[in-house]
Design a binder for this molecule. Structure first.
Ligand code: UTP
Length: 292
């Protein structure tokens, strides 16, 4: 079955990037010349997704505006000499896919955010792209990489990378058995493990392709006694225990837009390969390093 739906949970509080995210959602922080969330919508569209539900909360209305037409601005740019590409770029964000919005009324964790999408998803398999995880692979988008594994094996797929011990303890850890190339079976997965609970250095980083069965598992998931959040990882662990979760060590550069260093890395690397400013930015950096 062709996967055409995706959800982007973007209702987190963004505390790690305060005060930048106080009035501007972290998903709207820019990477060179586009807000982070546009990279996600572009990745989904390039992976064959036609319908995207973005899960927001109070104070994130600007995300809706970004994927809408901006009549005044467009009227101002349209037909003006030298402004054609600006006009096109402003129009483009409203035409990438059918984008829908839903509010997570309480910030009760990623699992809870995903559960709000149950009606939107219906009976179809779907993709999840975490609102603050930007993964760049212009030739083979990461969501498409996961969809291809789902199509080949008929199992849910979580996108993973090997991480540092500190990251694994902050994210999650997977117990895996190799299948072929960069595909593995996931036997167990644990959220925010203590040092002695780490299964491997593989952690889920921002992408999943799942079946609607996951909603039954989220509904059975108790909030974490430590944080009070409902973890998606707990529901993924239930899928794993049924033999229905694979892991893909995806190919792509991943940036954590919920983290100060991640934001700078994303901007720096995207700027270096940007057609308009790449060369001059490279020269600027070369001069800059001489002064340190
Ligand atoms: P994070 O834990 O990275 O986001 O969640 P956060 O809560 O914004 O981060 P900090 O710790 O406060 O800085 C991963 C993804 O899940 C979404 C976030 O928006 C992010 O894209 N999320 C998280 C929700 O949509 N709802 C939630 O209740 C929690």
């Amino acid at each position: 079955m062709k996967i055409t739906k995706a959800i982007i949970p973007a209702a987190g509080l963004g505390t790690r990037v305060l005060p930048a995210s106080k009035a501007v959602p972290k998903e709207m922080l820019n990477i060179v010349d586009k807000p982070a969330i546009q990279y996600l919508v572009e990745e989904a569209a390039a992976s064959g997704i036609t319908d995207i539900l973005i899960i927001t909360n109070r104070g994130k209305n600007v995300i809706e505006d970004h994927f809408d037409y901006a009549f005044e601005l467009e009227a101002n740019l349209k037909g003006k000499k030298g402004k054609e590409s600006l006009y096109e770029s402003v129009r483009k964000s409203a035409q990438l896919a059918n984008v829908y919005f839903l509010r997570q009324k309480e910030t009760k964790g990623l699992g809870h955010a995903v559960l709000t999408a149950k009606t939107f998803v219906g009976n179809d398999p779907f993709a999840i792209l975490y609102g603050d995880d930007i993964i760049i692979n212009n030739d083979y988008p990461v969501t498409k990489q996961l969809i291809d594994v789902f199509d080949k094996y008929g199992k849910c797929v979580t996108g993973v990378k090997e991480c540092t011990k500190e990251q694994v303890m902050k994210y999650c850890s997977l117990d895996v058995t190799p299948i072929e190339n960069n595909v593995m079976r996931c036997n167990r997965i644990i959220e925010k493990p203590n040092e002695n609970e780490i299964y491997s250095m593989y952690a889920t980083l921002g992408r999943n392709v799942l079946t609607p069965e996951v909603f039954d598992f989220i509904e059975k998931t108790e909030p974490s006694p430590k944080t009070g959040e409902i973890y998606l990882t707990d529901a993924l662990n239930m899928l794993a225990s049924e033999g229905n979760l694979f892991a893909l060590d995806f190919v792509g550069r991943r940036y954590d837009m919920g983290d100060k260093l991640g934001i700078l890395q994303a901007n720096c690397e995207v700027a270096l390969s940007h057609p308009e400013i790449g060369e001059s930015f490279k020269n600027y950096l070369k001069e800059l390093v001489k002064t340190f």
